[in-house]
Design a protein around this ligand. Structure first.
Ligand code: NAI
Length: 333
């Protein structure tokens, strides 16, 4: 039986990297029936909604989605489809493995850490209002329920992946109630996982430590906004946004997507790096227990990086998206 998976190619470079990744997955021999859906501006034009019911229902039915980036207009315009999707499906945990790849020029070769980000609340609650003209207020929501749930996810993940330490990032010196609660839940849950070392660090110091000595970290546990910012910083340590994968995981489903956005500056040029979405797809194949296919693709990808001949421009090469995908396909055995 083929797997049925929801595919959202997305905006900007999304369709370019998504089609390259689908070709690579197909070359691995795994049987997948893709249910393709649109979101964002294209869906607004067609259905009058940025997040069509058909799309939500498709992921609810299939339990798995692979998603390209979706543009969110700054200031005016529609609210984030990404945030809406995570909320609608309660994809509460965002996992971003930051692993340096062979032969990529970067600040921190050999770095291997994971950002676990709470995906449903904090300032991403999107609750904003104008108090009086010229004064606006954004509400940072932190709940015991969500903080406990994400801490449990991080400790369970550490146990299953044999990772040794979790560092919770916070600003509880200033946001004593909200970040204080997040931190307390982390400490409480951590007591149930004595084999995992736990540490907490104020986010500003952690940012400096990440630039100067990132190898001291193993898993970083963050509320939503800190996780968003810190994971881009971490992507920069290992060669950029074109490389880092992500998974949004909930009790009822999972959506796999790159950390990067729709990269309007290079959209349509055929030069985007598909590695981030490809690595997200590898996480997805492991999630659906297609471990052999995941390993085949990962081995082929690593061979291409080790050889160092075919690389996209963001990491110092000249290859197009499709040339890079073809190089990987040629290494799949
Ligand atoms: P971005 O990640 O799209 O781009 C930042 C920089 O990284 C750009 O210079 C871009 O060319 C480069 N870059 C990103 N991905 C790349 C790739 N695969 N290959 C080569 N270079 C790559 O971030 P930006 O410009 O802040 O956001 C653009 C749009 O994407 C916004 O509308 C934003 O809301 C949206 N976005 C969507 C996300 C999602 O759907 N999950 C996540 C982040 C942003």
């Amino acid at each position: 039986m083929p797997h049925r998976i929801t595919l959202i190619p997305g905006d900007g470079i999304g369709p370019e990297v998504a089609s390259a990744v689908v070709r690579i997955i197909e070359a691995s021999g795994v049987e997948i029936e893709w249910e393709e859906h649109i979101a964002g501006q294209a869906a607004l034009d067609k259905y009058g909604k940025t997040l069509p019911d058909e799309l939500i229902e498709s992921i609810q039915r299939n339990k798995v989605g692979l998603k390209g980036p979706i543009t969110t207009p700054v200031g005016k315009g529609f609210t984030s489809v990404n945030v809406g999707l995570r909320k609608a499906l309660d994809l509460y945990a965002n996992l971003r493995p930051i692993r340096a790849l062979p032969n990529i020029p970067c600040r921190n070769p050999g770095l291997d850490l994971v950002v676990v980000r709470e995906n449903t609340e904090s300032l991403y609650s999107g609750i904003e209002h104008e108090v009086v003209p010229g004064v606006v207020e954004s509400l940072k929501i932190i709940t015991e329920k969500a903080s406990t749930r994400i801490a449990r996810f991080a400790f369970t993940y550490a146990r299953s992946e044999e990772r040794k330490k979790i560092t919770a990032l916070h600003k509880a010196n200033i946001m004593k109630m909200s970040d204080g609660l997040f931190l307390r839940c982390f400490e409480e849950v951590g007591k149930l996982y004595p084999e995992t070392e736990r540490q907490s660090m104020i986010i500003d110091n952690a940012s400096m430590q990440l630039v100067m000595r990132p190898e001291q970290f193993d898993i970083l546990l963050c509320e939503n906004l800190y996780g968003d910012i810190v994971s881009d910083l971490c992507a920069g340590l290992i060669g950029g946004l074109g490389l880092v994968p992500g998974a949004n995981i909930g009790e009822k489903g999972a959506v796999f997507e790159a950390v990067h956005g729709s990269a309007p500056d290079i959209a349509g040029m055929g030069i985007a790096n598909p590695t981030a979405l490809l690595q997200s797809a590898i996480l997805m194949l492991n999630h659906i227990e297609e471990r052999a296919a995941a390993e085949k693709i990962e081995t082929a990808m690593l061979k291409v990086f080790e050889a160092g001949k075919v690389r996209t421009r963001d990491i110092g090469g000249t290859a197009t998206t499709n040339e890079f995908a073809d190089a990987i396909i040629s290494q799949i055995t």
